[in-house]
Design a protein around this ligand. Sequence first.
Ligand code: MN
Length: 230
Amino acid sequence: MATIEVLPPKASTLCTTNADHYIGVHRIFCVGQNYAEHVAEMGGDPKENPPIFFMKPNSAVVASGAIISFPPATENLHHEVELVVVLKSGGANIKVGEALGHIYGYAVGNDLTRRDIQTVAKSTGSPWDMAKGFDNSAVIGTVHSVAEVGHPITGTVQCSVDGEVRQCGNLTQMIWSVPEIIATLSTLVSLQAGDIIMTGTPAGVGPIARYQTCLCEIEGLSNASITFKA
Ligand code: MN
């Protein structure tokens, strides 16, 4: 009888508003540049580009309310408040009109970014992995089911650092809608239950320092907050 000699840690889990229900996180897909004003502040052209996808490992998940060490290898850690979509099922080549049926629910996320590393990666045409996929880089709040909150398409998307508002957008400003994101992504990979999608951030991204608390909020959903130690 063969045995597995090396076992990885169990998948990260997300809390839901039902204390008995947890989400096992499979993969974390992220959309780059999905709010026009943010595309402009990063020097891009909002109109021309199809959605940009990148990934974080599921080990990057950290729950809201955690107090964590400041990430290594950066002096320019940025916040990005985002709507997070949690899939309960998947498939390839999902039609836009059928995409919402694959969603378990929604949460608030913070796509923490080592902007200094990303800036170098962009300038050299190198991968973004180490800018985006580091430990504790995916702050995710409590997941609300579709039965509870429906499919949010409007609502304030806000991020504040130590009480100072840095980002304040609205879900209506998303360039690519959630169904369009799911449909496009499913032409690239076969989506699966437990995949989550961070859907992009509005304008106003900026640095978080050691000992600061970063609070991400979307109307109608539970907050995603993170505090940094030294
Ligand atoms: Mn992002």
